[in-house]
Design a protein around this ligand. Structure first.
Ligand code: DAH
Length: 372
């Protein structure tokens, strides 16, 4: 057995020899200086100051020395490690600062450069408006029906009880296609979709039909030869004018807001009997007839003091139309209505010139673009 290691000479532990400690320190300092960026410095720290670095290993050997040798060796290794830590700290600060400066220089954004980004487009208010209307009815369980814009004369007129002598059939209102023998028109109303629906389905029928219509109108702030209507048709057992009124009140409120309901004025349409014009509570003065901003004595400009504005037409479906379209008028009754979509959107959004809806200026459409 060997005796106690009281004579242990530290120089015999190779890693604790002064030259080895100096060399480890110098190697560490050189590597620190050579590190070019924070990433490299991190690797240098692991190699020269980490748990498995030569100086850490040397430090670990100190405990194995006889007590009289520990102090001197401890001081030497401690100083070397201290110097390395300090150098790491200094170099880290320098490299961080350099890194920051580089980032600032390379990531500079010149906010004065011209942009080449494409502006985002927008869905047209007529598209979103027609969808909004359809949604109001779909939410009540109705379906959306469509028909062609080039329509048979018979469906646009005759089926709807607009006989050959009706004024709407003259050249004044209607765009006829050629040759006349084809008996085709650009539909003057969405009402032929009623006839198409009754001919192709069996009641009960609840359909709403938004679409484009054509008339030989002037093009001005309130008229256009191409405009949009929404048609509604309900055919069921026991349908009455009361159902029509309730439906249109709901439609008006959903479209224009709480408190905007409808009134009916007796009128005439060949396809309904009885028929009515539908008015809306004026959404500006809310029925008072006076200008809400300029006091009680000034007449409301929107409704001209009426308290109501015209919205569309409606009525109980004429039994002659039911019969022409193959519906048994002894079993079923129905109601129908038709409104201008363009006009409705003008009310809803305070658009004063209808032409804005047709001229395709994206600056106009984008103001409505986010509406769902
Ligand atoms: N088609 C009519 C028009 O263009 C509007 C209309 C009135 C439609 C009464 C209807 C209705 O369905 O019942 O003036």
């Amino acid at each position: 057995m060997s005796g106690p290691n009281s004579q242990f000479d530290p120089v015999e532990v190779a890693v604790l020899q002064p030259e080895a400690v100096d060399a480890a320190r110098e190697a560490a300092l050189a590597a620190i200086e050579a590190a070019g960026d924070p990433e490299e410095l991190k690797a240098v720290r692991t190699a020269h100051a980490g748990d498995r670095s030569p100086l850490a290993l040397a430090n670990r050997e100190i405990g194995a020395l006889p007590p009289q040798a520990r102090k001197e060796a401890g001081q030497r290794v401690g100083k070397a490690r201290g110097a390395v830590e300090q150098a790491l700290g200094r170099r880290a600060a320098v490299l961080e600062a350099e890194h920051e400066e580089r980032m600032l220089a390379t990531e500079t954004v010149d906010v004065t450069l011209p942009t080449d980004r494409q502006p985002a487009g927008a869905r047209h208010p007529l598209t979103t408006g027609a969808e909004l209307i359809a949604d109001i009815f779909v939410a009540m369980g109705w379906e959306v029906a469509e028909g062609p814009v080039i329509e048979a004369e018979w469906l646009n007129f005759d089926a709807l009880n607009l006989g050959p002598d009706h004024p709407a059939r003259t050249m004044q209102d209607t765009f006829w296609t050629e040759p006349a023998s084809d008996h085709l028109v650009l539909r003057t109303q969405t009402s032929p979709v009623q006839a198409r629906t009754m001919l192709s389905r069996t009641p009960p029928i609840y359909v709403v039909s938004p679409g484009r219509v054509f008339r030989t109108d002037e093009y001005d702030a309130t008229h256009s030869p191409v405009f949009h209507q929404v048609e509604g048709l309900a055919i069921d057992r026991g349908i009455s004018m009361a159902h029509l009124k309730g439906t249109l009140d709901h439609f008006a409120t959903a479209m224009f807001g709480e408190g905007i309901t409808t009134r009916f004025r007796p009128s005439y349409f060949p396809f309904t009997e009885p028929s009515a014009e539908v008015d809306l509570v004026c959404f500006v003065c809310r029925g008072s007839g006076t200008d809400p901003e300029r006091g009680g004595s000034v007449v409301c400009r929107t409704c001209k003091g009426e308290g109501w504005i015209e919205w569309g037409g409606c009525g109980v479906v004429n039994p002659r139309v039911l019969r022409a379209c193959g519906v048994d008028d002894t079993e079923f009754t129905g109601f129908a209505f038709g409104m201008g979509i363009d006009r409705s959107l003008m009310f809803r959004h305070g658009i004063s010139d209808m032409r804005d809806l047709f001229e395709g200026d994206v600056r106009f459409a984008t103001t409505f673009g986010s509406e769902l």
